[in-house]
Design a protein around this ligand. Structure first.
Ligand SMILES: *Cc1c(COP(=O)(O)O)cnc(C)c1O
Length: 452
């Protein structure tokens, strides 16, 4: 009988992260200053990020050491388990072998601390006292709040106001770690005050919250800003997931035919897939497939365009070339809040543009149907974001059944859904609405994009 739970010992925790940029065939398009439209340099980013992260952002070194202090915190939950989904396979009657890497074992229940811990460490090293950030439903905010506490940093989180009131539990989690949480728009920044003067009842948005956190960091010498996805250094830190998974699959003598992850900004997908994708880029595994799974309500890769765009809604950040729906695109209010981002990581977008990876989009009802099947077979109630990867894995397994193929499927179960039971209730009670956009609606926010 095959192993159900494939584990590594503490001393098998990776000592280095894998930097996929070392194996890119073409150099990445430059990141541009929003005012001058010229390529930005390290000094442009210095008010916001520690120099160690800025250098990682542009590094082409293949391997980058994980500091011992970061590994020591990782050891609280890493190496995370790899599971063989034997019960799901049996339920689907598929000859495919399905594996999933489970990141819900971290203290906050997702993959996000893999980068939060590293970023907090580098900020502490460089004498920073406080980190400001934004959060939607609270996944990223709670990861950074925990990481800051572990390195003795203060943490200020601007949380989208509607979530602050409607989803109190992650706010309480952040407060428990000692973070200061403001409902955004707040009165503590000029950006927030401006919005409140014009719209006193504004429910807030991720774009407004980013503006508040960036302003906070830019106006305080002892404070930096931190981002939970999209940037190269964030994806780099997440490769610890795929490096472990590779070692775990080796233990059972398997290698994936297809690697799957949900895609909001791209960090959990990149984290799992980049160490495998390196084998494809270097010609060792030419047939490997990697699949990004997005919500039909925010179809960045499947329906967006590869253009220069801002990272935020307001237009304060540098311009990055990425697949985008346009920074003013407002996705429908689906439960997978972590997947509601107008763009994606530039490195992932380049790989998609060069056809190294594929993408699919699903509506939320079929995604929750898959999540319920998974809960009833494997026992874990998945985060709504992670459920997108489950849906794609099940579809791959069903195709394998049709073709009678012993395909090997690996997906990232990026988090648990224990704080998302309202979403499950809405699904079970038939209250979830599936959104469809016409091409005209998708194109609307794209026509405004000015290209350099
Ligand atoms: C934030 C989040 C995501 C989406 O973000 P990526 O950067 O695309 O990984 C997916 N799953 C979970 C559990 C999350 O918290």
């Amino acid at each position: 009988m095959a192993d159900t739970r494939i584990v590594l010992s503490e001393n098998e925790l990776p000592r280095q992260w894998y930097n996929i940029l070392a194996d890119f065939r073409n150099p990445p398009p430059p990141v541009l200053h929003p005012g001058t439209l010229q390529p930005i340099g390290p000094t442009d980013l210095a008010p916001l990020f520690p120099m160690a992260c800025i250098l990682q952002e542009v590094s082409t070194e293949r391997w980058i050491d994980i500091p011992d202090e970061v590994r020591d915190v990782y050891k609280l939950w890493r190496p995370s388990p790899l599971y063989r989904a034997l019960r799901l396979e049996k339920h689907l009657q598929t000859p495919a072998r399905i594996y999933y890497k489970y990141e819900g074992v971290s203290p906050v229940g997702s993959h996000k601390p893999n980068t939060a811990v590293a970023q907090a460490y580098y900020n502490k090293q460089e004498g920073i006292r406080r980190i400001a950030t934004e959060t939607g439903a609270g996944q990223w905010g709670s990861a950074l709040a925990m990481a800051c506490r572990m390195f003795g940093l203060e943490c200020t989180v601007y949380m989208v106001k509607v979530s602050y009131h409607q989803k109190p539990y992650r706010r309480v989690l952040m407060a428990t770690y000692g973070a200061t949480v403001h409902a955004s728009p707040s009165t503590v920044t000029r950006s927030g005050q401006k919005v409140l003067t014009e719209h006193p009842d504004s429910p807030g948005s991720l774009g407004i919250a980013i503006s508040e956190a960036v302003e906070d960091a830019a106006t305080h010498d002892d404070t930096h800003y931190s981002l939970g996805s999209v940037l190269n250094h964030v994806l780099l830190h997440q490769t610890v997931i795929g490096l472990e998974a590779k070692a775990q699959m080796e233990k059972v003598g398997d290698y994936p035919d297809v690697v799957i992850g949900s895609c909001g900004g791209g960090s959990n997908l990149a984290g799992l897939s980049y160490p495998f994708l390196g084998d494809k880029l270097t010609g060792k595994q030419p047939d490997l497939r990697v699949v990004a799974v997005e919500p039909a309500a925010c179809p960045t890769l499947t329906r967006g365009r590869y253009l220069y765009d801002f990272g935020d809604t307001v237009g304060l950040t540098p311009l990055m070339k990425m697949y985008t729906l346009g920074h003013s695109f407002v996705p429908a209010g689906i439960h997978a809040g972590g997947l509601r981002y107008h763009g994606d990581a530039p490195s992932l977008c380049q790989l998609y543009d060069e056809k190294w990876i594929e993408a699919v989009a699903y509506r939320q009802n079929p995604v929750f149907e898959a999540a319920v099947t998974f809960a009833q077979t494997e026992g874990i109630v998945a985060a709504p974001e992670s459920a997108h990867a489950i849906k794609a894995a099940i579809d791959e397994a069903l195709q394998a059944r049709e073709a009678n193929q012993r395909k090997v499927i690996l997906f990232n179960l990026s988090g648990h859904g224990n704080f998302d039971l309202q979403a499950y209730d809405d699904y079970l009670e038939g209250r979830l609405v599936d959104t469809d956009y016409s091409q005209a609606e998708v194109d609307q926010a794209l026509v405004e994009l000015r290209q350099p």
